[in-house]
Write a protein of this length. Structure first.
Length: 617
């Protein structure tokens, strides 16, 4: 090799080494991170949650110099988290592969690491003494009812100190001091005594009333209807944010608006009052929704609903629904339909009272009976409180029913009376209830004008309750929930065959015993077809578990019995067990359940599959 060739080769090798070194230095450094425990679970969680080293480890890998810089920035974040728990003399130490962040050789060590290796980051925390509050001072005149809820000697936890200032401001505003102001506290640290003095500057301002109330954004909605709903807020009444927020929610609940905001003027008007403005945005007048469902017993169903949200400008709703049912189910003998027109008038003669008018045409071809019916009538419902509601109505039915080859025509007049309780705090029935109790009881006296005529009374009660394991400290909120359901019903005043077949009790299906075909549990004719009974009782236990992200699972056991006696808890008890999958969406969980009967009938199904939107109960 000539001298010139050798020099060229050396230069090329040096360039390749330099290029490799630069490329390697730019590569991200893989690393693991460990937080030494402090013995305080909440503090450990806060430290890990405030760490960018932990948050960005996979999402944003860093090169050697960037990793050291990230660790240095983390130190300040972690010290802030430590101080927020009252540890103002604590220390944070971060090492990478055993080297401190001040070690000048650390970037070179990281740069020289093999590509497949990982650096080890360790965060060590020394909390030091827990500081307590020393003197707590208020600068400004504060009413006795709005005293600051902080005491000298309690731990100097930042969230408690800041929360006390916010609570003081809320209390002042609730007493009518709409323009009150509470500045962030000024803190003075005393390391020698491990104490922290805090001082709040408070300006209450005048106690004021609500001024003129106005609305903006109304297009079709009548302002007079909205003003009638403002039972909690009127001009001249004391300014209270909680009552104003309740009024905002009352306006939003009419279902016409996509958003409702309330704005208070930042200054007093000429009369020394605070004017309020409710800013509304109306939803589109019309909506179309589709619904589908499937179960192996009732087959597939599909329907469409057209809705008018504000028919006459007072939040009246008109809903027109048409659905096809019974496609391919083992408990169906052919296609059916369900067509319904529903009119809703809210605040009928008084607040929280709704008039509902329904006309419905129905056809079912079930194994138990074939039914073609038309029903119509009004229902008046009233909300008594946040949890309680009652309803009363009149329902007229003209129907033809074929059972066991015998055709009968019925004309029924019923007076359904219902009381409901809902303590779950869930407004939308499709949303997932995780705690609380639901209950309903109904009494429906009915007159049958068939020949011979009869009078009877249908009584029914149901309840469901939900236990969140978080209340026992066994899981995160909403992650593990035990759901229980119970049902009992009785028909009084008529024997089994004096009742129209559609008024009798049946069990089997998703509403009672999963694993059995719809209406298959209870008395049967000689050919095995359902007869229906005069009493029912049913119960369910279901464990619902979130698995990961939006995916969940469930295991359940159902039981029910139907008898020809008017007293429940008779007849043969049937049980079903199963498992399910849940996929949680913004409009409710998508549910898929598979259940098997504990005792299979000779002509019964070996399992049942249920697909729908929302939990089973």
């Amino acid at each position: 090799m000539t001298g010139r060739a050798g020099a060229a080769a050396a230069t090329l090798c040096a360039g390749l080494v330099l290029a490799w070194s630069l490329a390697r230095a730019a590569d991200p450094v893989a690393y693991t991170i460990k937080f030494d425990p402090t013995g305080n679970g909440a503090l450990d969680a806060a430290l890990a949650g405030s760490s960018q080293l932990a948050a960005l480890r996979k999402a944003a890998p860093a090169g050697p110099f960037a990793l050291v810089s990230r660790a240095r920035q983390d130190k300040g974040r972690l010290e802030t988290a430590l101080e927020s728990f009252g540890y103002y003399a604590g220390t944070i130490a971060i090492t990478i592969d055993g080297k401190t962040l001040d070690d000048s050789s650390l970037p070179d060590v990281l740069q020289a690491m093999p590509a497949a290796a990982s650096a080890h980051v360790v965060v060590s925390v020394k909390t030091g003494p827990l500081f307590h509050l020393g003197t707590v001072t208020l600068d400004g005149a504060v009413p006795a009812a709005a005293r600051l809820k902080l005491k000298s000697g309690q731990p100097a936890v930042a969230s408690a100190v800041l929360g006390a200032g916010s609570a003081l401001l809320t209390s002042l505003q609730e007493q009518g001091y709409a323009l009150a102001n509470v500045d962030p506290p000024v803190a003075t640290l005393h390391p020698a005594t491990d104490t922290l003095d805090v001082r709040f500057k408070v300006v209450t301002g005048p106690r004021v009333d609500i001024g003129p109330i106005s609305f903006t954004g109304l297009r079709r909605m009548h302002e007079a209807f909205l003003r009638r709903r403002l039972l909690l807020v009127h001009q001249g009444e004391l300014y209270q944010p909680s009552r104003i927020e309740a009024a905002r929610q009352a306006l939003a609940s009419v279902g016409v608006f996509s958003s409702v905001q309330v704005q208070a003027k930042p200054a007093l008007d000429a009369d020394g009052q605070i004017p309020l403005t409710f800013a509304m945005e109306e939803r589109k007048l019309h909506a179309v929704s589709l619904n589908v469902g499937y179960s192996t017993d009732l087959g597939a169903s599909a329907g469409v609903t057209w809705s008018h949200r504000d028919l006459f400008g007072n939040a009246e709703q008109l809903n027109i629904t048409a659905a096809l049912t019974g496609a391919g189910g083992t408990a169906d003998q052919g296609l059916g339909y369900d067509a319904k027109i529903q009119f809703l008038k809210p605040d009928y003669y008084r607040r929280d009272q709704t008039l509902e008018m329904d006309i419905e045409g129905l056809k079912q071809n079930l194994i138990s009976y074939d039914q073609t019916a038309v029903t119509a009538g009004p229902i008046l419902s009233r909300k008594l409180s946040q949890s309680w509601s009652v309803s009363a109505g009149v329902k007229a039915t003209e129907e033809r029913i074929i059972q066991q080859g015998v055709t009968r025509d019925y004309t029924l007049l019923a007076l359904p009376l219902t009381a409901r309780y809902d303590g779950t705090g869930v407004a939308n029935p499709l949303d997932d209830a995780t705690h609380g109790l639901r209950a309903a009881i109904s009494a429906t006296p009915t007159e049958s004008f068939a020949s011979p005529g009869s009078s009877f009374l249908i009584l029914q009660g149901s309840t469901s309750t939900y236990l969140d394991f978080a209340a026992l400290g066994l899981s995160k909120p909403g992650r593990t929930v035990l759901a229980l359901r119970g049902l009992v019903g009785s028909a009084q005043g008529a024997s089994e065959f004096a009742l129209p077949p559609d008024q009798r009790f049946y069990a089997g299906g998703s509403a009672t015993v999963r694993g059995y075909k719809y209406q298959s549990v209870g008395p049967q004719f000689a050919d095995g077809n359902p007869v229906g009974g005069t009493s029912i009782d049913a119960a369910t236990i279901e464990l619902r578990q979130r698995v990961w992200g939006p995916v969940g699972a469930a295991v359940f056991a159902d039981a029910a019995q139907v008898s020809t006696s008017s007293a429940p808890f008779g007849g043969r008890l049937e049980e079903g067990v199963g498992v399910g999958v849940r996929y949680y969406t913004p409009i409710g969980p998508v549910r898929v359940d598979v259940a098997v009967p504990a005792r299979r009938e000779p002509d019964g199904d070996s399992f049942e599959l249920y697909l729908g939107l929302g939990q089973a109960f």
